[in-house]
Design a protein around this ligand. Structure first.
Ligand SMILES: Nc1ncnc2c1ncn2[C@@H]1O[C@H](COP(=O)(O)OP(=O)(O)O)[C@@H](O)[C@H]1O
Ligand code: SF4
Ligand SMILES: [Mg+2]
Length: 322
């Protein structure tokens, strides 16, 4: 993973998902009538297009809304305002988003043989016979490098890297529109990480998969992503090609985030990335630019709410970058 493999962006690929000014808030406590006393404002106006076959990297420190975005795409949390438009093969509004979690140890049910784990998304959708499920399990297991004769084994009989392959097979089995990769290699041995990333890249080019890659590891994002979105307090503050965002960051927050990261290579843990000053709470959102309290360039004009300036290929939420 030393060489940067910036894949070309594919602006002509069809849009499969469009988010328009999506907000998500969670009630945080109730008064004696059961009414919410306040909200955690997790997503605060997400505008985003996802194109077929791309890898969109999402970076930002803990609490910026990455997991909420993943849950939103999976249909596990509803938008409190704004909308998601799916324009996918399955047609109007319906979608199939699967996820590969960080830790295959906890994400695979230890009581199930792996053929059942792999076909869980099919089972959940119904209308599949036992024989069809076995067939699909054998096919996708082979694609991720798990031998079909192992299908009746249980998760504990596999290594960490193999378990992550099984989790990837599960994500593939129902032919999803989007696969969310949530820190897919950060729980794995260094020696296995590159194999898993290579597998993900191979599967993507063979099947034109669309990935949303959530990662703290800049070298993983650099290696895998076509475009990168930087999130801060539930907003996208910068978006562009991986090369643009990681090598020529324009938003003051992106610069801060990347400064906190050693140059190239070294995998990072959550705590290390938490930038020098604290993320302000999201119970009461700041007025004006959300980054104002932490920004050393703060000046006249920053007291106004900031729009994402630019286009889908490159945009920055800061009036100084105009
Ligand atoms: N179910 C929930 N109930 C209340 N607050 C939540 C819930 N899920 C997330 N949040 C809040 O939303 C914000 C974003 O969280 P999250 O999406 O998990 O961020 P990240 O994945 O980037 O660390 C945080 O302030 C978090 O506390
Ligand atoms: S709008 Fe102002 S406060 Fe916000 S990032 Fe730009 S310079 Fe900093
Ligand atoms: Mg998270």
């Amino acid at each position: 993973m030393n060489s940067a493999v910036f894949q070309p962006i594919t602006p002509m690929a069809p849009t499969i998902l469009q988010l328009n000014d999506v907000h998500v808030r969670f009630p945080v406590s109730n008064d004696w009538l059961g009414r919410p006393r306040g909200y955690a404002h997790a997503l605060n106006g997400i505008d985003l297009q996802v194109r077929a076959g791309e890898t969109l990297g999402i970076v930002g420190e803990s609490g910026c809304g990455k997991s909420t975005l993943a849950q939103l795409l999976m249909g596990l949390v509803p938008p409190s305002s704004g909308g998601l438009n799916w324009a996918n093969r399955s047609g109007e509004g319906s979608s199939n988003v699967q996820i590969v979690f960080q830790d295959p140890q906890s994400s695979l049910d230890p009581r199930l043989p792996i053929w059942r784990i792999i076909t869980e998304p099919l089972y959940a959708r119904g209308h599949v016979s036992h024989a069809q499920m076995r067939d699909v399990a054998a096919r996708v297991a082979a694609q991720v490098g798990i031998r079909p004769e192992y299908l009746d084994r249980f998760p504990h009989q596999f290594s960490g890297g193999q378990r992550q392959r099984i989790a990837i097979a599960r994500a593939l089995s129902s032919d999803p529109d989007i696969i969310v990769l949530d820190e897919p290699t950060s729980a794995l041995d260094i020696s296995v990480q590159a194999q898993i990333l290579n597998l993900l890249a191979e599967l993507q080019s063979a099947r034109n998969l669309t990935y949303i890659l959530i990662s703290h590891n800049v070298s993983v994002v650099r290696h895998m992503a076509n475009r990168v979105a930087v999130m801060y307090l539930g907003q996208i503050v910068e978006l562009g090609s991986a090369a643009q965002v990681l090598d020529e960051p324009r938003h003051p927050y992106t610069r801060l985030l990347l400064e906190a990261v050693p140059r190239l290579g070294v995998p990072l843990h959550d705590e290390q990335v938490a930038a020098p000053t604290e993320l302000p709470g999201n119970r009461r959102l700041p007025s004006g630019c959300f980054f104002r309290e932490r920004c050393n360039l703060c000046t006249v004009g920053c007291e106004k709410p900031q729009a994402l300036l630019g286009d889908e290929q490159r945009c920055v939420r800061c009036h100084l970058q105009d």
